[in-house]
Design a protein around this ligand. Sequence first.
Ligand code: HEC
Ligand code: HEC
Length: 333
Amino acid sequence: MSHKTTLTLISLAVSMAAGGASAKEPIDPIRPVQEINLAQVELGKKLYFDPRLSKSGFISCNSCHNLSMGGTDNIKTSIGHNWQQGPINAPTVLNSSLNLAQFWDGRAKDLKEQAGGPIANPGEMASNHVLAIEVLESIPEYRVEFKQVFGTEKITIDEVTQAIAEFEKTLVTPNSPFDQWLLGDEDALTAKEKEGYALFKNSGCVACHNGEAVGGNSFQKMGAVEAYQTDNPAEGLSAVTGKDADRFKFKVPTLRNVELTYPYFHDGEAETLEEAVELMGRLQLGKKFTEEENAKVVAFLKSLTGDQPAFQMPILPPSTAKTPRPQPFGEDS
Ligand code: HEC
Ligand code: HEC
């Protein structure tokens, strides 16, 4: 028996033991969030929505990762401090805890490391960590809450990023029609959606888009079969590893909630799902879908929209006389 056959038999045995439709599928249902520090989540939620972490006092995490819009800004590339044009499309924060690393090129290893970036990025929130802490320290309610949550007298950037990351872990979206189907509800998908999934699987999309997030777990070349034409200068993974072989490899985006996270690709060039599917088929697999096939794949992709985060809007504690003033305009920005 060849090595490969043995492996296949083992995985078959494993999937049979596990039972249910999902065990045989390359996509796993999203699990509701487990073990979470609720006090950190509540604090992190406030920080996520607090624009005072930006120099302008106007831009919060939610400005670019709007939780009313699939965790994105729905524009080609983000707008940062002073209306600066961002270099790259904002990926969704939904299910980002499932990613193998953060950012298109994976330069942050996890959500905590990632969260420090935008606050001090001159093209995003344009503050710095000292100023952000000064703002928080000037607000008594924040001082009290940080002390309750972390047990320390002084607020640190480490605590800020820890709390935001803990909140982000709650932003998973279980219970999509596709997941209901995976978990055994035959009627959760229409015939068209099922045919779309079969096309998605049999055409080879699942080679890169698989697992719980239907992506997010590998870096792959954009333009595996046919080169991708773009004016965007982003180089992908090679910017992190310095290896030429990693040029144009990007973190495979999650396809969860992809119906909500337009426009698509790191340069935001594909405006519709139809366009993204057409390009993926052609550039990654050398496959030309008919219009009907394309529509089926799109129908399947739309069945990946899950329960969106639901919570009461956090009410932020007011600034005080000591709070550094917002600086929305100015030469030096
Ligand atoms: C001005 C818009 C903007 C703001 C404000 C902003 N982000 Fe982002 N965010 C982006 C863009 C653009 C990227 C992609 C950058 C890249 O990959 O190089 C990104 C990437 C991310 C990622 C990685 C997702 C992935 O799949 O790789 C996470 C998580 C994230 N941001 C969370 C946050 C948090 C938390 C805050 C607030 C502290 C924040 N962002 C503020 C635009 C923004
Ligand atoms: C060889 C790996 C690979 C294969 C095969 C592949 N993809 Fe992708 N997919 C990627 C990568 C990498 C990106 C991000 C590319 C970029 O932004 O430059 C992506 C992006 C996407 C996006 C845009 C998501 C977003 O949020 O921007 C969609 C939709 C998509 N793929 C669907 C598909 C479909 C449908 C198939 C099958 C026809 C497919 N992919 C096959 C690697 C792959």
